[in-house]
Write a protein that binds this ligand. Structure first.
Ligand code: ADQ
Length: 456
């Protein structure tokens, strides 16, 4: 790469050695390539500073920009998380379209585009992350920026028939086509993107993987994100968190780990587990579901409703089936340190990863990495997680069907060791090889080669 790599994400980590899978991957990628990482400084600022300001330097530089209270409300809580997030997760019914949201979103993108345009040198390559910045390339192109610009969408691409629910539906395709590479988690996402363009403009996905539209060519690229697989495995081996769980020796641990979000299907998961408990309460093996779910976006109304529904469901199942020495569902609503999380995954007999819609779901990959290959636990995975495309050896379930989930739980909890080992070995092979470094390399290689094709 002759130019610098410039990465843009909604939030920028402020600590010198950031933690957390994606953040570490981007940090390592920039450390190797040099460049700049730009993101917002976090929640609203009462007195926001003007423009970009440097917050760290070293192998690469980090710059932040502040959001005013109005910007945070309209751009972040509003358009990004109350309009785009529900729509892309097939919950158009939860969209909250309000005056000022779209304007606020576009204004933040345009303000950032102007700041970026001042920074850029002709050979620099931009890599933009996620739905907060969909129009950024369009804004940059309108300012005359011709650099290579890649985008990665961490969440699912919406189905074409849902897109008209977006008041800015007519602009949406133009936002996408302004990128050179539009990275998506799965082949299914690429197909949905291609269908949208075919329906709208009558142009198919070319045999070269490009879509040519409105005088531009862009590549929708399936590039499934991975984790630091060997690092996570080592953390799980070293962690003692699993030993801290007090459970009777004949009881098995079923684990759920998710941000508290309606897309994660937690109410349906509790209902599926409740069905299992109802069927099996007189019989072994008795299982306890430990659900760890730190709150997120609590000031968005749909999240408050979901939290109440979850409290009610857990309370009702525990009240109905709990015994003096056994609580069916243990529910912890806070962050757990990553190393402890790794130890809990390793201790669990089963992990329930049952989102109703999910770009990838890193928990599924972390669970596989954390297992003891000689006595691995079983992954129950929703058909609607992006991870299901790569992880066919999991028990794939329909998260809306409580009975199917209960049957999968019984199968997982009674699965012979040989079958568990065989399934885990195949899953681990994928998680280990298509890890986070593979992901950054694949994305950047496509962005660079697409750029060269354009020049030629
Ligand atoms: P998320 O929606 O946040 O990510 P996910 O992929 O599961 O979903 O990642 C969650 C991360 O947070 C995991 O690394 C997990 O270990 C961690 N985590 C969850 N609960 C935790 C807890 N209680 N304590 C500590 N850590 C916890 C978005 C998209 C996904 C996509 C990712 C990456 O919504 O679809 O897979 O980005 O692209």
């Amino acid at each position: 790469m002759t130019g610098r790599l410039i990465m843009v994400s909604n939030r920028i980590p402020t600590e010198a050695e950031p933690s957390g899978g994606l953040v570490v991957a981007l940090h390592d990628c920039l450390t190797a390539n040099g460049g700049i990482w730009i993101g917002s400084s976090g929640d609203a600022k009462a007195n926001p500073k003007d423009g970009l300001y440097q917050i760290a330097s070293g192998a690469y530089d980090r710059y932040a920009f502040d959001l005013s209270e109005a910007e945070f409300h309209n751009y972040y809580l509003g358009y990004a998380n109350s309009v785009l997030w529900p729509l892309f997760h097939r919950r158009a019914d939860l969209m909250d379209v309000q005056p000022g949201y779209a304007e606020g979103y576009l204004e933040v993108n345009l303000r950032l585009a102007k700041m970026l345009a001042e920074f850029l040198r002709p050979e620099d390559v931009l890599w933009i992350h996620d739905y907060h910045f969909l129009p950024l390339a369009k804004c940059l192109r309108e300012l005359g920026v011709e650099n290579r610009i890649g985008f990665f969408l961490h969440i699912p691409f919406p189905v074409a028939s849902d897109v008209p629910a977006l008041p800015e539906a007519d602009d949406f395709t133009g936002w996408i086509a302004s990128y050179d590479v539009f990275g998506l988690q799965t082949q299914a996402d690429v197909k949905r993107c291609a269908i949208l363009f075919e329906q709208r403009f009558g142009v198919p996905l070319g045999s070269d993987g490009m879509i040519a539209v409105q005088g531009r060519r862009f590549m929708p690229l399936a590039c499934p994100i991975g984790i630091d697989a060997t690092g996570f495995r080592a953390a799980a081996e070293a962690s003692e968190a699993g030993a801290r769980i007090s459970m009777a020796p004949d009881q098995k641990l079923v684990l759920g780990v998710d941000r508290l979000d309606y897309s994660k299907g937690l109410v349906q998961r509790f209902e599926g587990f409740g069905t299992y408990v109802q069927d099996r309460r007189e019989v072994d093996p008795k299982a306890t579901l430990l659900q760890i779910a730190p709150p997120s976006r609590e000031n968005v109304e749909a999240y408050q409703d979901m939290r109440e529904a979850l409290d009610l469901t857990a309370g009702s199942i525990n009240g109905e089936y709990g015994e003096i020495d056994w609580t069916p569902i243990r529910y912890i609503r806070r962050q757990v340190p990553r190393d402890d999380l790794a130890g809990l995954y390793r201790r669990a007999a089963v992990s329930l990863v049952t989102p109703l819609a999910d770009g990838m779901n890193l928990v599924a990959k972390e669970f596989v990495a954390a297992q003891d290959p000689e006595d691995p636990g079983v992954l129950i995975l929703s058909h609607f997680a992006g991870a299901a495309e790569q992880m066919g050896e999991a028990l794939i379930v329909n998260p809306y069907d409580a009975r199917e989930m209960a049957q999968a739980l019984l199968r997982a909890l009674t699965m012979p060791l040989d079958e568990r080992k065989a399934r885990h070995a195949k899953l681990w092979e994928n998680v280990r090889t298509e890890d986070i470094v593979w992901w950054t390399d694949r994305f950047l290689a496509s962005l660079m080669s697409e750029g060269m094709a354009k020049v030629a």
